[in-house]
Structure formats: structure tokens, C-alpha cells
Design a protein around this ligand. Structure first.
Ligand code: COA
Length: 299
């Protein structure tokens, strides 16, 4: 009988890295009020860092900051800013310095997304996402760089994998995230000599996120149940989990990644590498006998 498909376990970074790994460190995270960025912030705080989460909606941010502080035992405060407004970001940085005195880690995560075709999207809609994702990342780097230089700190930019191929209804996000990837590479080489690192985390499909429920057909296909069942669309057997992304962030900010910069790392269980297969997947690999009739013997 063919073996069943492997399902990657979900691990918590506190089971692997020291609890006090980031003691006395400070994280500045745009988009930290919800979703993937909130999960990354929580993981970094669980290792002792204090954090400032930045976003447009003060009420949601404040609520999230309280939750994060309670859940982790570290301190989190909210700073309201639109990443498209450099002066608001500078105020958020000033608030961080006033409260915590330093910034060691920055996550550039604020992003906008909706489904729209090139034909069906206004020029302003395209510009809006470019401004939030790409310009917002540049503005965040500009506002924080003096402090990151001072601490020999590190950046993580939240990108995507969808722009590696042509993804319909995602031209704005594809162009914007390609810009983020390029920006990070330049940042890595320009600031490396001053002890600053910059890497990109590119989440593939991640369950339990607003992006998956609003921008894909995923929940309609099977909901939460599907996350624990083997899913043959993923070589490692399952859709991404928020913890997968959070663990990557802990690693990139940790001294274990001291000589890693300018990289783009997909967190997708090899999903992006799998082309629509000409043979049944993964049966063709787990049970080669089942496709033997399709393989011509050598002449
Ligand atoms: N489809 C097509 N166009 C859209 C759109 C949609 N779903 N949502 C916004 N736009 C267009 C608007 O129509 C407008 O263009 P117009 O002036 O030509 O009409 C332009 O984008 C700006 O929209 P607006 O709502 O004024 O901008 P905003 O700065 O307030 O918000 C977003 C922009 C992207 C943040 C907003 O669409 C949003 O709140 N999205 C949901 C949150 C989100 O994206 N989270 C990211 C995690 S997945």
C-alpha cells in the first residue's frame, strides 16, 4: 500500500529558541494590528522584546496592543500612522524612542489588497496599493534607519509569492511586492557595511488570515477542517500557518541569521515550486506502481 502524505507539524518558536532571546530589544511593526504582522509581533514579544505596532485604525491597534501585552508579558504600544505619510511615521518613531529608547527590529508589513483585473481597476486603485506597499516600505525605512544603524538592527519586509508568476486580479499587489523585494536587496547592500540586515519574508497561502478568507476561494472549499487534513496541493502536506511566518521572523531577527541578508524566503511548504503536474500528484511519487502504465519502456 502507498504511504500516506506527510503533513508538516506546526511548531512554536518558544519550543526552539531561548525565551529571553530578544530581551531589551524593541520591535517597530507597521501593519501589526492584525493578521500575519500581529502574529510575528506576538512571537518576537514572547522572546522578550517590547513592540510598537503601527497602523491607520487606532481603536483596533490599541486593542491589539493590549492583547499582545497580556499574552506575552512584554510591553506593546500602539502608534497611529498611515505609512503613506512620512511625517506620521516620524511621529510614530519619536513615540517609540520616547517610550523604549531604541529600535532593533523593523517589520514593514502594512499592505493593501483587493481583487481587481487590469481592465476593471482605476489608475487611482493601482496607485493606492503601490503607495501603501512600496512607498510605505520606503517611508518606513527612511523613518527608522538612523535607529537601526545605531543598534546594528534588522529589517523584515512582508512580500508575497504571487508576483513570481502572473496572478490574475493582482497586478497592483504584484507590481508593489516586486518593488518591495528590490528595495530590500538594495537596502541590504547599502547598509550591510553599517551592520544593518534586510530580508524579505514571502508568505504563500496562509490559513486563518483576512487575505485568505477575502481574496481566495479557500474557505468555501473546506474551511478549517482542511488545514489539518493532508492537502496534495502542498508538497509538505498543508496550507501555511501563522506560526510558520512568525517562526521565520524570529529566526531572521535572531543571531542565528547574523550573516543572512538580502534574501527572499518563501514560507509556503514548496507550494510555489509545484507546477501543475502532468502526472497525478502526489500519487505518482508515493505510489510509482500506479503510474507505471504511463511510462514507456526504453527502446
Ligand atoms: N476593487 C477595486 N478598486 C478598489 C477596491 C476594490 N475592492 N478598493 C479600493 N479600490 C479603489 C478605490 O475605488 C479608489 O479608486 P478610485 O478613486 O478610482 O475610485 C482607490 O482604490 C483608493 O481607495 P480608497 O478606499 O479611497 O483608499 P484607502 O487608502 O482608504 O484604502 C485599501 C485602500 C487598499 C487599504 C482598501 O481597499 C482596504 O481597506 N482594503 C482592505 C484592507 C486590506 O487591504 N488589507 C490588506 C491585508 S490582505
Amino acid at each position: 500500500m502507498a504511504p500516506t502524505q506527510y503533513i508538516a507539524p506546526v511548531t512554536d518558536s518558544t519550543a526552539i529558541f531561548r525565551q529571553d532571546l530578544f530581551k531589551s530589544k524593541v520591535l517597530f511593526c507597521t501593519g501589526g494590528g492584525s493578521g500575519i504582522c500581529k502574529a510575528m509581533t506576538e512571537a518576537i514579544m514572547r522572546h522578550g522584546a517590547n513592540a510598537v505596532i503601527v497602523g491607520r485604525k487606532l481603536e483596533r491597534l490599541t486593542e491589539s496592543a493590549t492583547q499582545l501585552s497580556k499574552a506575552t508579558g512584554s510591553q506593546c504600544i500602539a502608534a497611529q500612522a498611515d505609512v503613506r505619510q512620512p511625517s506620521q511615521l516620524k511621529d510614530a518613531v519619536a513615540k517609540t524612542i520616547e517610550k523604549f529608547g531604541r529600535i532593533d527590529f523593523v517589520i514593514c508589513g502594512a499592505a493593501g489588497n483587493f481583487l481587481a483585473s487590469i481592465d476593471g481597476m482605476s489608475e487611482n486603485a493601482f496607485k493606492t496599493v503601490m503607495e501603501i506597499d512600496t512607498l510605505g516600505t520606503f517611508n518606513t525605512v527612511k523613518a527608522t534607519l538612523p535607529h537601526i544603524r545605531a543598534s546594528h538592527g534588522s529589517y523584515i519586509h512582508v512580500s508575497a509569492t504571487l508576483h513570481w508568476k502572473g496572478t490574475p486580479y493582482q497586478v497592483h499587489v504584484s507590481a508593489a511586492k516586486a518593488g518591495v523585494d528590490a528595495l530590500s536587496a538594495v537596502l541590504a547592500v547599502e547598509e550591510g557595511p553599517r551592520g544593518v540586515r534586510s530580508n524579505v519574508i514571502a508568505p504563500g497561502p496562509i490559513g486563518e488570515t483576512e487575505g485568505m478568507s477575502r481574496l481566495s476561494a479557500y474557505p468555501k472549499e473546506g474551511g478549517e477542517k482542511k488545514e489539518v487534513q493532508a492537502n496534495s496541493r502542498y508538497p509538505l502536506g498543508r496550507i501555511g500557518n501563522l506560526k510558520d511566518v512568525a517562526n521565520a521572523a524570529v529566526f531572521f531577527f535572531s543571531p542565528a541569521a547574523e550573516n543572512i541578508s538580502g534574501q527572499v524566503i518563501a514560507i509556503d511548504g514548496a507550494f510555489e515550486h509545484l507546477r501543475s503536474f502532468q502526472l497525478p500528484y502526489p500519487q505518482a511519487l508515493l505510489d510509482p506502481e500506479s503510474i507505471k502504465h504511463m511510462i514507456k519502456p526504453r527502446l
